[in-house]
Design a protein around this ligand. Sequence first.
Ligand code: FAQ
Length: 311
Amino acid sequence: MSESEQAIFDRHIEGEQKIEPKDWMPADYRKNLIRQMSQHAHSEIIGMQPEGNWISRAPTLKRKMVLLAKVQDEGGHGLYLYSATETLNTSRDEMNAALHSGQAKYASIFNYPALSWADVGAIGWLVDGAAIVNQISLQRTSYGPYSRAMIRICKEESFHQRQGYEIMVELAKGSKEQKAMAQDALNRTWWPALMMFGPHDSDSAHSGRSMQWKIKRRTNDELRQSFVDQSVPQIEFLGLELPDPEITWNEQRGHYDFGEINWDEFKRVISGDGPCNRDRIRHHKKALAQGQWVRDALDAYHNKKSCESAA
Ligand code: FAQ
């Protein structure tokens, strides 16, 4: 008797073999991947907005060039991730429609405004830093195209993280006002950065199945703990105050303890009612509409070439 499709899939998952686009996969595995990957792609694209807003106001030409390149990289990450998601039989139009209707989410952090230049430093350091902690684990995700996209994305994100930290180092050793700006950006970014890892494992709707299918390789709470453990010494090196008075080293656990996230705020922001949710989606819709002529021109060119080759 030949092995069933389900048995082959299970064997591949068990044996750490990647699932590829043409392989049979359970409908729920496909659905869950489309959900997570499209949300990841949307996060990269919507995530261009808070920093993009600072390109024209960067303090020096060097900083402007670096920020421009960084924001452009995020656009590239969105494209790899949309392409990887399309291999699961969904289209860019469907993904955008889900984003606009609110059915698909994107990382809650991007619904907070970037108020000062120090926020650009804090975003690179903490937001890209949190993204890397998660994405390193996703390099081992079971879906081949997602896993391969993560390898390049992680390399680029690590430059983003360092450029952000470098901005913070400069500000922290600068004037009293600059140091205060760095502290303010850290205080405002810290909690939303912790929220990037999602609800506690006990409240996470998808973690059980995603861990079983090896879509996720580490749980929300494990990732969040790693992020806190790596960030506290970095805050200390900057000479800034800890943004949470409950952060203390726990000798027994070998990890830092930290305070509780405001989960009401988290729920509000992921359900569309954060400080910038409406602006972010309005801007996305506008940019998509303004780029329609480029897509029309590409279609017309493609049709012309197909007619020519048919003739
Ligand atoms: N924000 O059952 P779980 C970046 C939703 S990349 C919004 O625990 P899951 C680079 C979740 O979707 C950052 N929604 O979900 C950059 C679900 O809702 P649904 C993006 C959140 O999937 C830097 C519900 O709550 N990275 O920043 C959030 O198992 C600078 C229940 O949650 C990724 O997307 C949240 N924070 O675990 C770009 C990584 N947390 O779908 C520009 C890939 C949870 O049922 C500038 N994604 N939700 O409607 C993941 O690893 C996972 O999807 C988690 C959530 C860990 C985010």
